[in-house]
Write a protein that binds this ligand. Structure first.
Ligand SMILES: Nc1ncnc2c1ncn2[C@@H]1O[C@H](COP(=O)(O)OP(=O)(O)OP(=O)(O)O)[C@@H](O)[C@H]1O
Ligand SMILES: [Ca+2]
Length: 498
């Protein structure tokens, strides 16, 4: 719509558009003292429509509200995708207004307004034409909203308060653009590289959904979309087996109800997937709650959505999902590193003391020394390994499945290899140390203790990189790690010398 759009609309139609929007909205208009331009609040769709009639179609909402009595309201709901209102104009006529998903409102209409404001019955050909207009708008990734109206002559509605749903007159169609955030394409690609499938479940119609999915590369423009895109009703009506069979290939679900979103999450979980859901509306709440990880929007999100979620994304940006993914993986990875490191220390200490105790009756590591080991290894070791920053290669790995063990085969391999190496050397030092280096027993004990601690210090480097050969990669970036290693060595020197 252009600035002068209001001039091209017949005055009677314009007036009804004002009423059909101004009286049938959950958005609010409030004036600020500092400027003369009013501010508009409400859901994105509501505020977009409201600002269109206020700024482009010159609606005066106060005057409008004063002149009308509202008899009945049917609030927008995600199931029916429309909202309606029944009003009486200053003791005169009663009007019913509907606004909502374009093809749904169109199917309630049997007349339409011409440019000059006359009502004409809609024939099949014209209906098809309107459908084409809606499709065209949707193909440009516009969300299409229609407005319908009916003059109610039956005065009994004053009592029954029923908002008529049939035989409406189409007032107009409007297309809303929800510009996709910059970086969404890259974020979706990053998710895919990390082995995370992205699906879009939306209340928009199938054409808008397809267009948006292509824009954000959820689907490729030239791929066969028959299996990848479904409508909520179709999905709902599949048999259980059919749904489970198709769910992996479905990437877009259009015209979905809150129940469809929930159903999708349930099925994915049943398939064994770990499911994360992002959402903003009340209609997303059941799915957010059911998901393994629910992420809601901090700015646009409703309270219900935020309360049903585990994580609130403060900047509403999909790219933050990638950040969540990266940090989640980093924490998991750091826990694994620490476990590998801790188990190695404990296995080595235990075996050395046990073997020495049963063969000579003496333990090489005394109680005080073991406490010292615990102190520096638990506290300082945890601190050093937990502060590793996420690296980019975390985002190229496949996700960890629901049933995969925390201690992987690689951790076992590292642990067993490192522990047996330490045990062998330390036991040789314990039993043959005094002969090899011709030293007395006290010095040999210190040697064993010192070697043990230094082994752990070097092993801390090993634990940083569980799979890579170059364990020093990126080490200069982690100043805290180096600091803690340095501190451990200094403390050890102090301990041994003094
Ligand atoms: N305030 C509203 N008044 C009338 N119709 C609306 C309103 N908001 C949305 N619609 C219609 O309902 C559809 C969206 O329904 P719903 O809100 O259930 O979907 P959604 O999945 O929450 O969408 P999204 O999260 O993309 O906004 C839209 O395509 C639009 O046609
Ligand atoms: Ca929504």
């Amino acid at each position: 719509m252009t600035d002068k759009a209001s001039l091209k609309i017949a005055p009677n139609v314009l007036e009804m558009l004002h009423e059909g929007v101004g009286l049938n909205t959950t958005g609010e208009l409030y004036r600020q003292l500092s400027t003369s331009i009013p501010k508009i609040s409400g859901s994105p769709t509501e505020s977009a429509i409201l600002s269109w009639v206020v700024f482009d179609l010159a609606m005066d909402i106060d005057e409008l509200k004063q002149g009308h009595k509202i008899l009945q309201v049917e609030a927008f709901n995600s199931e029916k995708k429309r909202s309606g209102v029944l009003t009486r104009m200053n003791g005169k006529k009663i009007h019913a207004y509907w606004k909502g998903a374009a093809e749904m409102i169109l199917s309630m209409c049997s007349n339409y307004y011409t440019k000059n404001g006359n009502i004409i019955p809609m024939n099949d050909e014209e209906r098809t034409q309107f459908e084409m207009i809606i499709k065209d708008m949707a193909a440009k990734s516009l969300r299409c909203i229609a407005f319908g109206y009916k003059e109610v002559t039956d005065e009994s509605v004053e009592v029954s308060r029923k908002i008529e749903e049939t035989g409406l007159t189409l007032l107009g169609l409007v297309g809303l653009k929800d510009p996709s955030q910059p970086g969404v394409r890259a974020a979706i690609q990053a998710c895919r590289d990390a082995g995370v499938d992205v699906k879009m479940i939306t209340g928009d119609n199938i054409f808008t959904a397809k267009a948006i999915a292509i824009e954000s590369v959820i689907v490729e423009p030239n791929e066969d979309l028959n299996n990848a895109v479904v409508e909520g009703v179709t999905f709902r009506n599949y048999s259980d087996e059919e749904r489970m069979e198709k769910i992996n290939t479905i990437r877009v679900m259009a015209r979905s109800s809150p129940f469809d979103k929930l159903l999708m999450v349930k099925c994915l979980k049943r398939k064994g997937h770990v499911v994360a859901v992002t959402g903003d509306g009340t209609n997303d709440a059941p799915a957010l709650k059911e998901a393994d990880i629910g992420l809601s929007m901090g700015i646009q999100g409703t309270e219900v959505a935020k309360e049903s979620s585990d994580i609130v994304i403060l900047d509403d940006n999909f790219t933050s999902v990638v950040t969540v993914l990266k940090w989640g993986r980093c924490v998991y990875n750091n826990i694994q590193k620490f476990i590998q490191f801790q188990l190695t220390v404990n296995v080595a200490a235990l075996v050395i003391n046990f073997v020495a105790a049963i063969s000579s009756g003496e333990v090489p590591l005394t109680a005080v020394q073991l406490l010292w080991v615990n102190l520096i290894m638990d506290t300082l070791g945890a601190l050093a390994l937990a502060t590793e920053q996420p690296t980019n290669d975390l985002m190229t790995k496949q996700p960890v499945g629901r049933t995969e063990p925390l201690i992987t085969k690689i951790i076992w391999r590292n642990l067993i290899a490192q522990a047996s190496y330490q045990i062998n050397v330390l036991l040789i030092l314990e039993f043959k140390g005094s002969i090899i280096f011709s030293m007395n027993n006290n010095i040999k004990d210190t040697l064993v203790f010192n070697s043990f601690i230094l082994y752990q210090v070097f092993n801390e480097f090993n634990a940083r990189k569980m799979e890579e050969k170059n364990i020093f990669k990126g080490i200069v970036k982690n100043k805290l790690f180096l600091g803690i290693i340095g501190m451990t060595v200094v403390l050890q020197m102090v301990m041994v010398e003094f």
